[in-house]
Design a protein around this ligand. Structure first.
Ligand code: PLP
Length: 419
């Protein structure tokens, strides 16, 4: 039978070999994204750095791939730092973010000589300074600011509006307090600012707006406090294709940003700082596919047909969390005419556990296989054990060959840690 192939592998064969639900992740796609980063950014512009936002998808294998491509990585928790450490990731290429870093996480980061810590609040300056002093080290830091921009994306993935839990607000009194704290610190080397506008952005206008705002801030800080910024981290947020989006290549963001940066540097008479980007979703989203087995097919006459799969919000919370849209195919019937409109439901005890509200499919029945596209980012990493459903296996694909990266969780492992 002719089944749908994902990066050279027969998806139904994979489902039968490893069981379902199953995360498939293409290493070839990840590496080709790394190549695009090199050709459009790292090799094209001097004094630049690309850092993969590991929250999108982090496994030991992924950290090794990122390192082998010469990219840095960002982390937002002790667990992510630990995973990077275990993979042998060079700590000088790791950045630590977060709006509420715990003391023990900061200690773990500093003890292991992490490359940068991104300060998220004025009061964090003293905490990080003290821990750096206890470790007799000078810690390199950036400061995340919230430029007060609303990006064109779902509210839950906007991150730079005025009313945001992320970053230092751009209010004079807060910036003054921040700079006083930094001036007073003894064990911090302040390198520059960071912003991250939001996620799944398909337009570059908000990045460009933020650059103008940040340069004005950099100029104020230079005039008032004498700091020359050596680095500027412009975050990630570059969008991908889920359904009918038509994302532009990375250069659509990079080239106008770099132009705006050069122009601003000239305008304010500054040396252009080192520019860092932090793509997460863009690097891994389209590299992933989730394969499910179809179970109950329930028709409510005159209303809709629910086609239930053997996973759902436990392996992909995004549709329930922020109405994210996905596209899918019936893998063993992908060449057949699509004659029905159905709703793809998960198996969790929540009415909101719907993966796709309206999907055109051929006539489906129990035992068919469904493949959901673009599930590489924020799916595995947001996995939960709700309803005591076990984590799917994760298989990496490279050169048409499959290799288990994470095996399926067992029932026994579900109870691990219960005393
Ligand atoms: C600081 C920071 N950098 C990078 C990212 C990655 O965003 P994306 O996956 O949209 O590229 C995020 C996501 O929330 C973030 O908070």
């Amino acid at each position: 039978m002719d089944n749908f192939k994902f990066h050279g592998v027969d998806t139904v064969k994979m489902a039968k070999k490893y069981g379902t639900p199953l995360y498939l992740v293409s290493e070839d796609e990840i590496r080709s994204r790394c190549e695009e980063i090199k050709s459009s950014f790292l090799n094209k512009y001097e004094n630049t750095m690309a850092v993969y936002a590991s929250k999108a998808f982090l496994t030991v294998d992924m950290a090794k791939i990122i390192n082998s491509e010469g990219l840095g990585m960002d982390s937002v928790s002790g667990g992510e730092i630990f995973t990077a450490l275990k993979s042998g990731f060079p700590m000088e290429n790791l950045i630590f973010h977060g709006n509420n870093k715990l003391e023990e996480e900061i200690e773990l980061a500093i003890e292991n000589n992490i490359g940068r810590i991104v300060i998220d609040d004025v009061n964090e300056v003293k905490i990080i300074d003290e821990i750096a002093a206890n470790n007799k080290t000078i810690q390199k830091v950036l400061v995340r600011v919230s430029p007060g921009i609303e990006s064109d994306t779902h509210k839950y993935i906007q991150t730079a509006q005025v009313d945001s839990k992320f970053g230092v607000p751009l209010k004079d009194e807060v910036i003054d307090e921040l700079m006083e704290n930094l001036k007073g610190s003894k064990n911090l080397e302040f390198l520059g600012f960071h912003f991250h506008i939001g996620s799944q952005l398909l337009k570059n206008d908000t990045h460009l707006k933020a650059i103008d705002i940040i340069f004005k801030l950099m100029d104020d800080v230079k005039t008032k406090y004498g700091y020359e910024m050596k680095e500027l981290n412009v975050g990630g947020g570059f969008g991908i294709k889920y359904t009918d989006e038509e994302p532009e290549p990375l250069s659509y963001f990079i080239d106008p940003m770099m132009k705006a940066i050069e122009e601003n540097a000239k305008k304010y008479g500054m040396e252009r700082p080192k520019i860092i980007i932090e793509p997460g979703r863009w690097m891994i989203g389209e590299a992933g596919m989730t394969v499910y087995k179809i179970g109950t097919v329930k028709e409510i006459p005159g209303v809709r047909t629910y086609v239930s799969v053997d996973g759902g919000m436990t392996d992909n919370i995004r549709p329930s969390l922020y109405q994210a849209k996905y596209d899918a195919l019936v893998l063993n019937k992908y060449k057949e005419d699509k004659t029905e409109l159905v709703t793809i439901a998960g198996k969790c005890c929540e009415s909101g556990d719907i993966l796709i509200w309206d999907l055109e499919v051929p006539k489906v029945e129990r035992g068919d296989y469904l493949g959901v596209f673009s599930t590489g980012a924020y799916n595995y990493s947001m996995f939960s054990n709700y309803n005591k459903i076990t984590r799917p296996a994760l298989v990496m694909i490279k050169d048409g060959k499959d290799k288990v990266s994470i095996r399926r969780q067992t029932y026994k492992e579900l109870l691990k840690g219960q005393i």
